[in-house]
Structures are given as C-alpha cells and as structure tokens.
Design a protein around this ligand. Structure first.
Ligand code: SAM
Length: 245
C-alpha cells in the first residue's frame, strides 16, 4: 500500500520549504490541499504539476475515507494545509487517524509552524510551553479557557485573529494577571513584527491601533513559577515548619 505524507509548507515566505517537502510533492500521486487554488500557487512557483484534491473542514469526514482508499490501493498522497504544518489548527487529524486505523503508513515531513517561530523569537522561556490553538471568540468562553491554563508552569501560546487581539490581551491581563508577552505578526512576511512587553502595555497599544495580518500571542508563565517565587515559597514553608515543630 501507499503512504500518507504530512507535509509542512511555508507560513508566508516561499523559501521556507524543505528540499524533502519539494521532492515528496513532486513525486506524489495526489496532493490533498486545504484549498487547491492556494496550493497551486506554491506548486507553480516550484514548477510542480501533480493532481490535487480538496481536503478541508467541510468535507473532512468523507474525504478522509476516499483518500485513505487511494492510499490503501497503493498511492502516495501528500497532505498540505494553506500554511505551515497540516493538522496544527488545520485539517489533517481525521485523515491521519483514518490511515492509522487501516494500518496505513503515515510519514511526517516537518517544516514551518507559526507557533514555534513565534515562541523562539518571543524571548520567553522555551523549556516548557503550552500551545492552545485559537482562543474562543466570545469573551466568556475565552476567559474560561484562560482560567484553565492560568497555573501552568509553561509559556502559553495562542493563535488569534487581528480583530480580537485587543480584547484577548485585555482578557489575558484580567485572568492571568500582569505577565510579559509577545505579539508576533506576519511572521516571515514583508510586515513581520514582534511586539514584546507586559500584557497591560500590549493591551493598551493594540486597543489604540487597528491591527491586521496573522497573529500569534505568546504569554509568560504564572509568576509563582519563577525561580525567585519558588524559593520564596520554600522559605515560607520552612519558616512555617519551624513554627509548627
Ligand atoms: N497550520 C498552521 C501552522 O502550522 O502554524 C496554522 C494554521 S491556522 C488556520 C492560521 C493561524 O496561524 C493564523 O490565524 C495565525 O494565528 C497563525 N499564523 C499562520 N501564519 C502566520 C504568520 N506568518 N505569522 C503569524 N501567525 C501566523
């Protein structure tokens, strides 16, 4: 039988594609695309001419079965999203599951993912992080989601739409307290910008400015998790213990 290749493509800059991704795409019997017109531009740029099929949010269920049928019949299928790594806040998970359920081979072809690029340039700790995908659109649900991750000893990363950025920063400030953060916009593109500062500063700035483009929000972990705070907690615990005994 064939193979499903999960192929990462650029998040803006067309140069951000691996040699292996280009070879896998060029050799594929079929390229499953989130948006075939969008991916055709990438393929045209690299002079790759292969058959494409759409695989998106609204046809995922039936298409996963059809594509898996073709892989079972021996075809090499490459799955791509409009940008970055498929199945990361994008369709793909269902197809991977379908292939694995049928004992078909699934091979990742790694490359760009917006949250990794944002994290490593944010200046915030990279040792542990939590990727939360898109925050809920409604403030009530968003605040509830932020409550769930408030105590995590990890840098928090979210995808956000430009017209919700100011509201999300304000909600983050309200629920998480004051923390350092970064707003990474239009990564790898012409207007790339990474704004760093406290949640209050960023909330203020983006409530004044109209924001456009694609955005990743990166937020520092809970204060109590910092070394200094932890040792202060240890001191307190030790003092308490002395008092008790
Ligand atoms: N699969 C993609 C990945 O691997 O990152 C994510 C797809 S998701 C539908 C699109 C969201 O990713 C955008 O709304 C934005 O939050 C983030 N994103 C994608 N490209 C970006 C870029 N160049 N700069 C900043 N954020 C980006």
């Amino acid at each position: 039988s064939g193979t499903l290749y999960v192929v990462a493509t650029p998040i803006g800059n067309l140069e951000d594609i691996t040699q292996r991704a280009l070879r896998v795409l060029a050799e594929a019997d079929l390229i499953a695309c989130e948006d075939t017109r969008h991916t055709r531009k990438l393929l045209a740029h690299y002079r790759i001419e292969r058959p494409t099929i759409s695989y998106h949010e609204h046809n995922e269920r039936e298409r996963a079965e059809q594509i898996a049928d073709r892989i079972a019949a021996g075809e090499q299928v490459a799955l791509v999203a409009d940008a970055g790594t498929p199945a990361i806040s994008d369709p793909g998970y269902r197809l991977v599951r379908e292939c694995l359920a049928r004992g078909l081979k699934v091979v990742p072809v790694p490359g760009p993912a917006a949250f990794v690029a944002a994290l490593v340039a944010s200046g915030l700790p990279t040792d542990q992080f939590f990727f939360g995908g898109f925050l809920p659109a409604k403030s009530h649900a968003r605040r509830a989601r932020l409550m769930e991750v408030r105590a995590l000893a990890a840098t928090l990363i979210f995808y956000e739409a430009p017209h919700r950025l100011a509201a999300s920063l304000a909600d983050a400030r309200a629920i998480l307290g004051e923390r350092q953060a970064a707003v990474a916009r239009e990564l790898t593109k012409l207007h790339e910008e990474i704004a760093r500062g406290s949640l209050s500063e960023l909330a203020q700035r983006f409530s004044r400015e109209k924001t456009r483009g694609e955005i990743v929000l990166v937020i520092d972990r809970a204060e109590a998790a910092t070394e200094e705070e932890l040792s202060r907690h240890d001191d307190l615990a030790a003092a308490l213990e002395r008092k008790i005994s």
